[in-house]
Design a protein around this ligand. Structure first.
Ligand code: HEC
Ligand code: HEC
Length: 483
């Protein structure tokens, strides 16, 4: 971990001149002044290298998330950084190799360093590669100063080191083999979708929106063997009642819980009082009242609670907000005036308001409706394809990072023909044998799983509909069962 003092902004004054400024956090003493390494170099490595060379992965036995580890280098025995000699520094030599060279860093297809970033790294090494050299304007040569300013501008937050990991909530262990079997069985029996939160977090997200009409307490009880693995549960609009909530009580790592428009009442909330990780709770359209709300007072991580069209009063909401400093409670009781629900931000420190996004509408309280594309298709493309077909790179003139780009196609036109996977280049290429040179993704890259291929194919064959709601789609159970 890079020392706290490095998590600082470089302030830019209006003339575009670099100023050794600080954001007002904690004590400001000389040791807190911005440094070239901490404020410019480390953030570049953090953004472009640390996913493979950091606390989680140490490819080539090399880590770059602290200065000491960076200087230590990797398993080749080459010296990673030779102060004053960029040409003898493995880190620099690797990044200036042609991108198609196997030794080039970051590897082909990954987010590359910009020319400016390479130039700034070279200057830092050649000027001594110091850990605590101050970012003092007068000591930075003019052309480098410009680049540093440019790099800072490219990053809307200025040059700030980002968190080592995105906050994905608690990280729970991946399901055991036994649990995998249970998951497959639940998916098969109940036609529900259970997915890992992300590549970085094996915790599970589960939604019953597509089977809400028949999903009841008994079905919910089937989740007990994987209760501890669930981070997000959406059982909104289902037949679940208070009697089902003892199952939810076992989901100790839960961060998001959607119970809107269910039969849940105050009595059921007893079972939520132990969910210490809960951040988002939606109870819109339930019979919950002030009496039940008091039971949530111990859930200190709660950030959003939706209580529109419940028995909860403004008084009751205020009382809860007094006990939960981070909470934002949505009541919407004022709908007669302007027919616009009110975001009741009661007490607590000021946090950024995001009204439009979070306001409930009559049809659907926040967040926006999940679509098949957003929940099942986009995540696959994002994980396996957008490194070469995204915002930064469009190999074959094809981008796949948005629905519009996907539907637009590549250099030879459309890659998706709605309803016809057999005529869709995208499907044809992912189904080619892996040793065919047109196969996608390229053989040396992470491949699609059978399940991902089946999902993409099914989506194309069922009309490649970007707006189709997950709740209205019937994903065939045989696809969900695939690995
Ligand atoms: C997608 C993963 C990935 C990213 C991102 C990445 N690397 Fe690497 N890196 C590797 C792998 C794999 C190896 C080991 C294989 C090899 O030596 O080529 C490696 C090896 C290295 C080595 C050699 C270590 C040694 O002594 O053997 C250096 C230096 C290096 N990377 C620097 C960087 C720099 C600098 C960045 C960011 C600009 C970066 N890497 C980004 C995967 C990555
Ligand atoms: C490592 C980089 C890389 C990754 C990852 C990758 N591709 Fe490609 N893709 C390419 C390159 C390079 C081409 C152009 C090949 C050519 O012109 O022969 C291409 C071409 C394509 C084309 C043809 C575009 C056209 O109009 O001719 C499609 C479709 C495609 N890729 C789909 C995918 C899909 C789907 C994924 C993810 C499952 C993926 N690619 C992942 C590098 C990649």
């Amino acid at each position: 971990m890079i020392a706290e003092k490095h998590f600082r902004n470089v302030a830019l004054c209006s003339g575009g001149v670099l100023v050794a400024g600080l954001i007002a956090v904690g004590n400001t003493n000389a040791a807190d002044e911005p440094t070239v390494y901490g404020n410019v170099i480390a953030p570049i490595f953090q953004a472009k290298c640390v996913t493979c060379h950091g606390p989680d992965k140490k490819k080539g036995k090399m880590a770059m998330h602290t200065f000491e580890l960076l200087m230590k280098g990797g398993d080749s025995g080459e010296v990673s950084i030779v102060p004053n000699h960029s040409d003898q520094s493995e880190v620099y030599n690797r990044v200036i190799l042609p991108e198609d060279d196997d030794d080039h860093m970051p590897p082909e297809g990954k987010d590359q360093l910009s020319k400016d970033e390479v130039a700034v790294i070279k200057w830092w090494i050649d000027s001594g590669a110091s850990a605590d050299g101050k970012l003092v304007e007068s000591e930075i040569p003019g052309e480098i100063k410009e680049l540093v300013v440019k790099i800072a501008k490219d990053n809307p937050e200025g040059v700030v080191i980002t968190e080592e990991k995105k906050d994905l909530g608690p990280i729970v262990p991946a399901p055991t083999a036994e649990q995998e079997t249970a998951i497959a069985k639940i998916q098969e029996d109940l036609s529900v979708v259970i997915l890992p939160i992300s590549q970085d977090n094996p915790g599970l997200t589960f939604t019953a929106v597509n089977v809400a009409k028949d999903f009841d307490d008994a079905k919910l009880a089937r989740f007990e063997p994987i209760a501890g693995n669930l981070l997000q549960v959406n059982i909104a609009r289902t037949q679940v009642t208070d009697a089902g909530l003892p199952t939810v009580a076992k989901m100790a790592n839960l961060t998001n819980l959607r119970l809107e428009l269910t039969g849940v009442t105050d009595a059921g909330l007893d079972h939520l009082s132990g969910l210490a990780n809960l951040e988002y709770l939606n109870l819109y359209g339930t019979k919950v009242s002030d009496a039940g709300l008091g039971k949530l007072a111990g859930l200190k991580k709660l950030k959003r609670v939706y209580l529109w069209q419940t028995g909860v009063t403004e008084e009751g909401a205020k009382k809860l907000a007094e006990q939960l400093p981070e909470v934002l409670i949505n009541l919407g009781w004022d709908k007669e005036i302007g027919n616009k629900p009110v975001i009741a931000k009661v007490d607590g420190p000021v946090i950024a308001e995001e009204p439009a996004k979070e306001e409930p509408t009559k049809e659907e309280p926040a967040p926006a409706d999940a679509t098949v594309y957003s929940q099942l298709i986009h995540p696959v493309l994002e994980a396996k394809c957008t490194g070469c077909h995204g915002e930064k790179k469009q190999k074959g003139d094809l981008a796949l990072h948005t629905l519009a780009a996907l539907m637009k196609g590549g250099e030879d036109g459309e890659v998706v023909v709605a309803g016809k996977s057999g005529e869709s280049t995208l499907i044809k290429l992912i189904e080619l044998p892996k040793d065919d040179e047109d196969h996608m993704p390229p053989a040396k890259k992470e491949q699609l799983t059978a399940k991902e291929i089946a999902l993409l194919k099914w989506w194309v064959d069922s009309g490649a509909d970007g707006a189709k709601k997950l709740s209205e789609a019937q994903v065939p159970a045989e696809i969900l069962l695939l690995k």
